[in-house]
Design a protein around this ligand. Structure first.
Ligand code: PRX
Length: 659
């Protein structure tokens, strides 16, 4: 019943006002305060990119300037050709020369509640120490370093130290299972792995080092020569086995590093790889999305500055995990290159209760909060009492990312978290795009709940039909990008054919995002979600093929098909249809075993929400599973369309009977 006033307020707001203008007080001091100013800069970014990027990148540190802004040989782009740099000099060293030296770079709130603050000088010092330690372990420019950690400042140090050597990091989200870690290590042939004993999650300890041991025991992961272990928990809470010769204590390496020379930043070419981040695609094998140095840095720097309107006095909190692209771009590289103070929170949003986020905002005086619609919906479901218990008046800007936000959740966020005074930036982008592509600049344009807004500088998007022609305003189509942008992925690691095929072959001459969208008469983009074989469950990207191959690796499963179903809380829920082998029988226990199996193969976050057994899966004559039909069944809708190509008409009936 406590929900009632909140529901009424939201209903009124939704009815009254669907456009939210930036408050005058916000716009007055924003980096971009007028729509005309945004329009002018946007035009310049497309018409005179050389001048635009030169000016916008001038704060960043380059050892050697670039000769050419863009060399474009479709589908391969090179940005800032001829430049040399090390991204960590922009994120750390440059701040040591001025008043930011002793400013907080990272403010860490642990799940149990301790706080640690790292100034730019301290973050630099720790990074230099680890750089030396990694060099001692033989890491060299171009080598791959895997990072499998929780949300601790040392994870940021691990990324920065790797980059400082010109080595390439691949951060694997701590929620991934050992087999998923093994596959990623194998694909990029990582030489060193940096991890921690365990990580706190909702009051329990996730045994990361144990999982590493399980991954490394498999011969596919034999490229790893050295493992660095940070003791987050300590032997009382987390017992681990250290393998002599392979495993090294973080603290011991760091102390030793104090006596070593080096630690300077290695200058690399603009297009030198910075990181590989694996993401789900339409096959069972995750793609290693490759980002390089200068373009990525410029992209995340400029978007952080304008979209989050960053200024020195802000306390900025992005709640994403460092293992996803949002953590890379908007916890580490973007904010640090702007000299921002970033809050890093270790634990779960609802630990020990649903008031934790809001107490963190109050305790640290957070001014900018960037989170996911799934989290907002979960908070909304718990009622508005929770945010109201804390003083949220420090907040001045809110953001969302990762999935479409429903207008109700948007308005709730605006009202109960933002106190009706904070603009909301709904930012659309992807692991592949590296930086934010669509949003409203918070001081320059009104927001519409549910719409991501306008293209960022340098971004030319279109909504098109299958032939690549623009559809009329208001009509749905495929979302594409028509020209290269600085932070775009360069290729799929070790598989350029897949890069071409996946992104550049669906629509002639354009990058296909995999998303469906429409553009309204105001030029605002409404992204409806994936139209390929990728699901977005609670903001986590899952490939249907990955789920299916995890399922068929279980001895009871003959065939599997994974589809999404609309879900009020998670955006999409994961429903799988399985046919089982003759000697097994459908049962609730088997469903649970299979769900657990997927969790063990991929990670708990990929566990199906529902498992349904079928006699056979509906297929076309050429043997393709009819997913559209299964989606309908999963959604409880009537099947639609032409079924004449069905191999087995009885299948539909048996799926129905199963309901
Ligand atoms: O479908 C879009 C959705 O998330 C996909 C990208 O997922 P990932 O690479 O994991 O990166 C997530 C964080 C950048 C997109 O193809 N998506 C992301 N942001 C939005 C969104 N859908 C709607 N609105 C958004 N703001």
């Amino acid at each position: 019943m406590t929900q009632q006033p909140a529901d009424d307020a939201i209903a009124t707001l939704l009815k009254e006002e669907r456009r939210f203008e930036p408050p005058v007080s916000f716009a007055e001091q924003a980096h971009v305060s007028l729509r005309e100013e945004y329009d002018k800069l946007y035009r310049e970014s497309l018409d005179a990119p050389e001048a635009f990027w030169k000016r916008e990148a001038q704060e960043l540190v380059f050892r050697k300037p670039w000769r050419t802004t863009l060399a474009w040989q479709p589908p391969h782009a090179q940005w800032f050709v001829g430049a040399e740099l090390n991204v960590t000099e922009s994120c750390l060293d440059r701040h040591l020369r001025g008043p930011r030296k002793n400013k907080a770079a990272l403010v860490w709130e642990s799940e149990p509640g301790e706080t640690r603050t790292w100034t730019y000088a301290q973050l630099h010092r720790e990074t230099v120490r680890l750089t030396r330690a990694l060099a001692k372990l033989g890491v060299q420019k171009g080598d791959r370093v895997a990072i499998y950690m929780g949300m601790v400042p040392e994870a940021v140090v691990a990324m920065l130290a790797t980059a400082r050597l010109g080595a390439v990091h691949t951060v694997v989200f701590g929620g991934f299972a050992p087999d998923a870690l093994r596959d990623r290590i194998h694909d990029c042939q990582a030489k060193v792995l940096i991890t921690q004993d365990g990580a706190y999650r909702r009051g329990t300890v996730v045994p990361l080092k144990d999982m590493v041991d399980r991954a490394l025991a498999q011969h596919e992961a034999r490229s790893v020569e050295n493992v660095v272990v940070f003791r987050r928990i300590g032997p009382d809470g987390c017992r681990i086995a250290m393998q002599p010769g392979r495993d090294h204590e973080w603290d011991a390496l760091m102390s030793e590093a104090d006596r070593l020379p080096g630690g300077g930043a290695v200058a690399v070419d603009a297009e030198h790889p910075l990181f590989i981040l694996y993401t789900s695609g339409s096959t069972g094998r995750p793609k290693g999305v490759l980002h390089t140095s200068a373009g990525y840095l410029v992209g995340v720097h400029v978007t952080s500055k304008y979209v989050f309107d960053l200024r020195d006095e802000d306390v900025y909190w992005c709640t994403a995990d460092i293992g996803w692209v949002t953590g890379h771009s908007y916890i580490v590289y973007g904010p640090l290159s702007n000299g921002a103070t970033c809050l890093l929170y270790e634990g779960a949003p609802n630990f020990p209760d649903w008031g934790r986020f809001w107490r963190v905002v109050e305790k640290h005086g957070v001014t900018i909060l960037y989170t996911a619609p799934t989290a907002i919906r979960a908070f909304m479901r718990q009622g508005s009492d929770w945010p109201q218990k804390s003083d949220l008046s420090s907040l001045r800007l809110l953001g969302t990312v990762g999935e479409p936000i429903n207008p109700e959740a948007w308005v709730w966020y605006h009202h109960f978290v933002g106190g009706d005074r904070c603009p909301i930036v709904d930012t659309w982008w992807q692991t592949e795009t590296g930086s934010i592509m669509l949003t409203t600049l918070p001081g320059a344009a009104f927001a519409k709940p549910g719409a991501t807004g306008l293209p960022f500088f340098g971004v030319e998007v279109a909504v098109v039909d299958d032939q690549g022609a623009d559809v009329a305003p208001g009509s749905g189509g495929k979302l594409v990008v028509r020209r290269p942008w600085p932070a775009m992925l360069r290729t799929v690691w070790g598989d350029d054919a897949r890069y071409r095929e996946q992104y550049w072959s669906t629509i002639p001459g354009a990058y296909f995002t995999g998303d469906g969208a429409r553009r309204d008469a105001d030029g605002y983009h409404w992204v409806v979600g994936r139209i390929d074989d990728v699901l977005n469950v609670a903001g986590h990207r899952l490939g249907t093929a990955e789920i299916e191959s995890a399922l068929v690796s279980h001895p009871a499963v003959a065939e599997a098909a994974a589809v999404g179903r609309a879900d009020e809380l998670k955006g999409q829920a994961l429903v799988v249809f399985v046919t089982i082998k003759g000697n097994h029988h459908p049962s609730a226990e088997l469903a649970e075993t299979l769900a657990q199996h997927v969790g063990e193969q991929l990670g708990k976050f990929a566990r199906p929400d529902q498992i349904r057994f079928a006699e056979a899966l509906p297929k076309t004559r050429s043997g393709k599973i009819m997913r559209r039909l299964l989606k309908d069944v999963a959604a409880g809708r009537e099947t639609s369309g032409d079924l004449s190509t069905l191999e087995d008409f009885g299948v539909i009936a048996s799926l129905r009977a199963d309901e």
